[in-house]
Design a binder for this molecule. Sequence first.
Ligand SMILES: Nc1ncnc2c1ncn2[C@@H]1O[C@H](COP(=O)(O)OP(=O)(O)OP(=O)(O)O)[C@@H](O)[C@H]1O
Ligand SMILES: [Mg+2]
Length: 382
Amino acid sequence: MSTTNTLTAPAAQFAAQEYDGPALVLDGVGKRFGDAYAVRDVSFELEQGTFLTMLGPSGSGKSTTLNMIAGFLEPTTGSILLRGRDITTLLPNKRDIGMVFQNYSLFPHMSVLRNVAFPLEVRGVKRREAAAKAAAALELVELGHRAKALPKELSGGQQQRVALARAIVFEPDLLLMDEPLGALDKRLRENMQISIKNIAEQLNSTVVFVTHDQEEALVMSDQIAIYNNGGIEQYGTSQDLYENPASVFVADFIGESNILRGTMRQGALEVEGQAFPIPSRSVGRFAESERAAIVVRPEQVTLRSRHSRPDTALVKGPEVQGTVREVIYLGTAYRFYVACDLGFEIEVRVRRHLPEGQTRKGERVSVSWSPDDMSLVPSDQN
Ligand SMILES: Nc1ncnc2c1ncn2[C@@H]1O[C@H](COP(=O)(O)OP(=O)(O)OP(=O)(O)O)[C@@H](O)[C@H]1O
Ligand SMILES: [Mg+2]
């Protein structure tokens, strides 16, 4: 990444002396279309320089939220503050927000440089100064050498870099991106994820990024908002969400998980007649007879087979007997599906150098996990 650009830090940064509150605040924001709320009661605060990803299934309200922040939609409820200023009903072009969409929407008849200079020109910046800043922004996305090209002469990934340069060239207070990498192939997407993250860090930009790819969210974000059905189901760092999912929905959406639903009995969760001790942090959170669910990640499960060394068997919870239904070799690990005698199935992930790698389909095994390596969440079913 070039470090010799003349693009200064965002306006937000040198204005920081006058304002040091949160960069973006959403307070009870909702949007109704007809009778139905597409977004309801969304609230969060972002510090300057934070990278937030909105992650959730199709139709959960991510783009609607983004479009309200951008000013393309007016909220039905709540308010939006950008660097302390209420922008809830302000026109989009008065907001100082850069945007990148899935389709790059570059002007086909303008050179790459003019495309990037365009937002400055509409803001009344003189042509020469605009061109110099555009050239610096192109350096930042490593496309300085293609300034004279037309958009159609560039690849999809390069066009998306141009769109990114155009979004950052006027040093916006906030950068919004709605599935900007959705149209790119996997390899290119992974490269772009890293460059977007680096550029955002270099400029200390506050970013709201939308995706429905959980891996992308984990790679890029400081904070993740998991959307479900128009609202934020859980908000936190990647690690919070992975290690302490608040619901079955979040556990299912981030990473892989085994979910066992049961009933609280005498301080343990009873599943198919077997009592499972609960994590110490969950003690007292569920009442006797309440329905709840265990979430345990495949890599937290200990598998014991006849190949296991006795000293590697760190059995800390109840051992459940079962039969290996399927073994999948993943290169760096093995994935086992164990059909347990109690009636449920458990997925286990084992690093490949362990002797469990010799365990085959049809073998009898046992699985267990430590109560503190799992989460206990409200059940989504009765
Ligand atoms: N202009 C509109 N008029 C009526 N309903 C709308 C409008 N825009 C969005 N919706 C509805 O609002 C809900 C949320 O849509 P939104 O586009 O925010 O979802 P999303 O999370 O961005 O989904 P995706 O991942 O598919 O892009 C959907 O049910 C959608 O049909
Ligand atoms: Mg969308």
